[in-house]
Ligand binder design. Structure first.
Ligand SMILES: [Fe+2]
Ligand SMILES: [Fe+2]
Length: 185
């Protein structure tokens, strides 16, 4: 691992609680094998994985402070969804505090909802986050296998699982998630 990646890892882990640290390292491991399998840039993949949840541990008020600081405009219903906020604020922190390139920031930005026309890096971060070693939902092994066989089919299945869960829990389905799914059909 090059030293800049080692420094990034240390900086990110220092602001991450222990439980989430295991997840972040799991995502970094999974995305590396996915990057090798599908020919993505391994350095970018590693940076995106390390930073993807960098603001997830922050309280909603802290998230809103970051939105104000970085001029992030959010829909009112997004503000109530902590899961959606951390992707947006995480991308801003990746850009302005860690100086990451656009491709890495975009992968962080879209790792929760997905979007239509995702890049390879965005797809492998979305999926690594879904199937890393700390995940234990019933379909995880089958989905992980599919990630290495057919990336778009795996993405479609991940989006379907998410949409089904959100319907079951009567929660908001982000329009970008629907767009991501529809674009794959
Ligand atoms: Fe996340
Ligand atoms: Fe995550």
């Amino acid at each position: 691992m090059p030293s800049d990646l080692t420094a990034l890892r240390a900086a990110v882990l220092a602001r991450t609680d222990r439980r989430r640290r295991l997840h972040v390292l799991g995502v970094a491991q999974e995305i590396d094998t996915l990057a090798l399998r599908w020919g993505a840039d391994r350095g970018q993949a590693a940076r995106a994985a390390l930073l993807h949840d960098v603001t997830k541990g922050l309280a909603p008020a802290e998230q809103l402070k970051l939105c104000a600081k970085y001029d992030i405009v959010t829909q009112s219903w997004e503000r109530g969804e902590h899961k959606l906020m951390h992707a947006v604020t995480g991308a801003a922190v990746a850009r302005f505090e860690f100086g990451m390139e656009e491709a890495v920031c975009d992968a962080v930005r879209w790792h929760t909802t997905g979007r239509a026309g995702m890049t390879l890096l965005e797809k492998i971060l979305y999926l690594a986050d879904y199937v890393d070693a700390t995940r234990a939902f019933p379909e995880v092994r089958a989905l992980r296998d599919l990630c290495y066989e057919d990336l778009n089919a795996a993405l479609l299945r991940g989006l379907d699982l998410t949409i089904r869960l959100l319907l079951a829990e009567r929660r908001t389905i982000h329009p970008d998630t629907l767009s991501a799914r529809n674009a794959l059909l």
